[in-house]
Ligand binder design. Structure first.
Ligand SMILES: NC(=O)C1=CN([C@@H]2O[C@H](COP(=O)(O)OP(=O)(O)OC[C@H]3O[C@@H](n4cnc5c(N)ncnc54)[C@H](OP(=O)(O)O)[C@@H]3O)[C@@H](O)[C@H]2O)C=CC1
Ligand SMILES: O=C(CO)[C@H](O)[C@H](O)COP(=O)(O)O
Length: 483
């Protein structure tokens, strides 16, 4: 039997499609799944591609079916399952073994696993894969981290199966050592959360502020997809909004429960951003919005207690489509600026030397946040080095012409009681970021008052303290008494 070039564990949604993609590119692959009944089903569905696939029933058979030195892709849930499989594979793979963890692992786990495997003869590549089911099957975006030489061993297969941009560039790259690939994938997902939340808020403006039907909103999103907002998420939003439920013949969004799920990458993005001192407030707002959405019973009780806000007819109208388009664009710029600022800081902190233009380039196709906008970001990062995307000439131009719309939309939504947590936080970040003198002078004074934490002065170097002692404070008059 001709041995396989590579093996794969986990024939779920992503693993089975990735295996078919690999087979379609003529690479022989051996596969194994924990639950055996999945195997014949997968081979049956593979059709002609089955000739490039070796189905195996035990992990030992899987290893025996791969050409040494052996490489195995794990496409299984992040966390304990990955540790368990690495534990099983390590002795079986032996010297020169390579494990590619292609799930959404926490980069901290990847860093730990790389260390734990040191000296064992087995190497780990942590590789984020984005694009969902369709991407995995026909071309995902892939973000790899680990030893450069280890990635080189699978580079040909990865480049063959990756998505390609219109100009033919593969959307996959080695981005840095140990956890770099999984970190970039985490931030990708954080941005995905922010994008999705802001789109949902704009949908809310059309539904609750303007009284539009889903199909009418779908037409507007379809139109937006021909301009600056052109992206996969806008495209699928238009398709989702025009979809009808077969059973009820109602728009499908109207019968879906408003309770969002999440598996962790959005939360990790927000937490890592704060840890790195580069807050990603739009991502945080998006995570918070999903959490709040899950408290359905509490929200219903609160609606009974307070009543709804007053999304009076006219808070928005169909004629505000352009205003809302520009507001979404401004919010998107801020969310991406925050995400890339986190990547830049992580690169510095962990010594990864992340190539930010490459990150933007490999997100242009294949992944969930793919868009033409990422081409503009890649070009912006190729110019003079800046700390924040908001300081590049291209994005200064976009923000100058669109932040007014964001302000108008957030203000009108606030007046009408329409929640816009992500768009509001994008505006707040923008206004805080561009304010040369903020209001934390007062916070520093308060900290010094209650904890003698000290403060810097604008006119003298060094650390200083205020004279806050009770005896120096003017007495507080009692009510009715003259000061
Ligand atoms: N779905 C998506 O759009 C995307 C998912 N991902 C990530 O890819 C990974 C896989 O996701 P997805 O394919 O959606 O998940 P699925 O639930 O569809 O499949 C999970 C697979 O993992 C296997 N598995 C679970 N636990 C173990 C274990 N302890 N040991 C061995 N195999 C195990 C399952 O086998 P069994 O049949 O025996 O249960 C199954 O084959 C996750 O990390 C996910 O976050 C990344 C990008 C997109
Ligand atoms: O990685 C992905 C896309 O890039 C997955 O679709 C991800 O699992 C979605 O995350 P969540 O379930 O938390 O919404």
């Amino acid at each position: 039997m001709e041995l396989a070039e590579i093996g794969l564990v986990g024939l779920g949604v992503m693993g089975s499609n990735l295996a078919l993609n690999i087979a379609e590119h003529g690479h022989r692959i051996a596969v194994w799944n924990r639950e055996l009944p999945r195997l014949p089903e997968f081979i049956r569905d593979a059709g002609d591609l089955a000739q490039h696939i070796i189905p195996t029933e035990t992990i030992e058979q899987l290893i025996a079916a791969i050409k040494p030195p052996r490489a195995v892709i794990l496409m299984i849930p992040a966390g304990a399952a990955v540790d368990e499989q690495i534990g099983i594979l390590k002795p079986l793979l032996g010297e020169g073994g390579l494990i590619i963890d292609a799930g959404n692992s926490d980069f901290r786990d990847t860093v730990r696993r790389v260390k734990e495997l040191e000296g064992s003869g087995v190497t780990l590549v942590g590789m984020g894969v984005s694009g969902g089911e369709e991407g995995a099957r026909h071309g995902p975006s892939m973000m790899a981290g680990g030893e450069r030489s280890a990635f080189a061993r699978i580079e040909r297969i990865i480049m063959d199966i990756a998505a390609r941009t219109k100009d033919g560039e593969p959307c996959a790259a080695w981005l840095g050592p140990d956890g770099a690939g999984h970190f970039v994938k985490t931030i990708h997902n954080g941005i995905e959360y922010a994008d999705m939340q802001m789109i949902a808020e704009i949908y809310g403006a059309f539904r609750d502020g303007a009284g539009l039907k889903p199909a009418e909103t779908a037409e507007i999103f379809k139109d937006w997809n021909t301009r600056e907002l052109d992206s996969y998420l806008i495209e699928i939003t238009a398709r989702v909004l025009s979809a009808v439920d077969k059973e009820t013949e109602k728009p499908i969004v109207d019968i879906i429960l408003d309770r969002a799920g999440q598996k962790g990458t959005g939360l990790w993005s927000a937490v890592e951003a704060e840890r790195l001192g580069r807050p990603a407030s739009v991502i945080e707002a998006a995570v918070g919005a999903r959490v709040l959405s899950s408290l359905k019973d509490e929200r219903e009780a609160a609606e009974k207690a307070y009543g709804l806000g007053k999304p009076e007819a006219g808070a928005f109208t169909k004629n505000d489509a352009q205003l809302l388009e520009h507001a979404l664009l401004a919010g998107k710029v801020v969310a991406y600026a925050q995400g890339f600022a986190v990547l830049a800081m992580a690169s510095r902190m962990f010594d990864w030397n992340l190539p930010l233009p490459t990150v933007a380039r490999i997100w242009r196709a294949g992944c969930i946040i793919r868009s033409q906008f990422l081409g503009t970001i890649a070009a912006a990062f190729e110019g003079p080095k800046v700390d924040n995307l908001l300081m590049t000439p291209a994005f200064i131009d976009i923000m100058k012409r669109s932040h007014g719309a964001l302000r108008e939309v957030v203000a009108r939504a606030a007046q009408a009681g329409l929640p816009m947590p992500a768009l509001s936080s994008a505006l707040a970040y923008f206004d805080s970021y561009r304010q040369g003198r903020g209001t934390t002078d007062l916070i520093q004074a308060q900290r010094d008052f209650f904890g003698a934490h000290g403060f810097e002065r604008i006119d003298q170097p060094g650390a200083h303290h205020g004279i806050w002692g009770i005896s120096e404070m003017p007495a507080t008059p009692t009510p009715g008494e003259k000061a």
